[in-house]
Write a protein that binds this ligand. Structure first.
Ligand SMILES: Nc1ncnc2c1ncn2[C@@H]1O[C@H](COP(=O)(O)OP(=O)(O)OP(=O)(O)O)[C@@H](O)[C@H]1O
Length: 247
């Protein structure tokens, strides 16, 4: 059992909520458009800020019959041509449905190229740029959501401007951290405030890592007690863990 899995999605403040709402408006835009339509949206922000989770949530909540992730993880070891073919195939599959979402997860990793020479694949970036411009066949409606933590790199290779909307998914500020901690209920009421005060500019992934560490307890004993809600994280131990991750 761990804290992250037990709690599912938590709300992490108005800024994240607004991005979700905007993205859901794009879903509506795609739905209500007449003829064919292609809407593209880029979620950029620091590593671990929750971009993938947000894109996945929009995919699920859209109710669209075709929602597919394109991610580098499923293409490890493939050559450029094969990767391109895989990506193109996903878009072809999408066009068989009236309403589709394609999530291009972690664009910088999709563009990575193992071969020596340039650090990214021109072939893959050109393929993506073409797909982001290509109008789907008549009657097909497609929303493409890209995610990246390397926005300036994406800008330099022209990928940013290929998306019609861009949203910045931020790391969490103190009050947003507090909102998350309150939902997770891993501190006593007194300690929630103190713990949140110690954290600012924290990507949600890092926050979870820190909490998992702290939940292990000083002697590694309380691994089950805290996720199960039987015990709370001790604030002194939490501060120690925080020291460990910042240094
Ligand atoms: N609202 C949320 N509620 C609960 N967990 C979340 C939430 N948002 C993100 N997470 C969790 O935080 C971790 C990081 O999120 P995610 O992978 O979406 O970030 P990312 O910005 O895509 O990261 P990267 O830049 O490394 O690809 C994941 O384990 C995810 O499940």
């Amino acid at each position: 059992a761990n804290i992250c899995r037990l709690n599912g999605m938590v709300s992490c403040g108005d800024r994240h909520k607004l991005i979700y709402e905007n993205a859901m408006l794009l879903v509506e835009l795609v739905k209500l458009s007449t003829g064919s339509s292609l809407v593209t949206c880029l979620l950029e922000g620091p590593s671990g800020s929750g971009k993938t989770a947000l894109a996945a949530t929009v995919g699920i909540d859209s109710g669209f019959p075709f929602v597919k992730f394109v991610s580098a993880e499923t293409m490890i070891g493939l050559d450029e041509q094969t990767k391109c073919a895989r990506i193109v195939k996903v878009f072809e599959d999408a066009s068989k449905y009236s309403f589709s979402i394609v999530i291009l997860d972690d664009l910088e990793r999709l563009l990575e190229c193992a071969a020596v020479g340039p650090q990214f694949s021109e072939l893959i970036s050109q393929t993506l740029l073409d797909l982001l411009k290509q109008r789907p066949p008549e009657g097909m409606k497609l929303l493409v959501i890209g995610t990246t933590s390397k926005v300036s790199f994406m800008r330099s290779v022209g990928v940013c401007s290929a998306f019609s909307f861009t949203y910045h998914v931020p790391a969490l500020k103190t009050d947003e951290v507090k909102e998350v901690l309150e939902q997770l209920n891993v501190f006593t009421e007194d300690d929630v405030h103190a713990a949140a005060e110690a954290l600012n500019d924290m990507p949600i992934k890092k926050l979870y890592m820190l909490l998992e560490m702290a939940a292990q307890g000083e002697r590694g004993g309380a691994a089950e007690a805290i996720p199960a809600g039987r015990e709370k994280i001790k604030i002194a131990h939490f501060y120690d863990c925080l020291q460990d991750i910042v240094h």
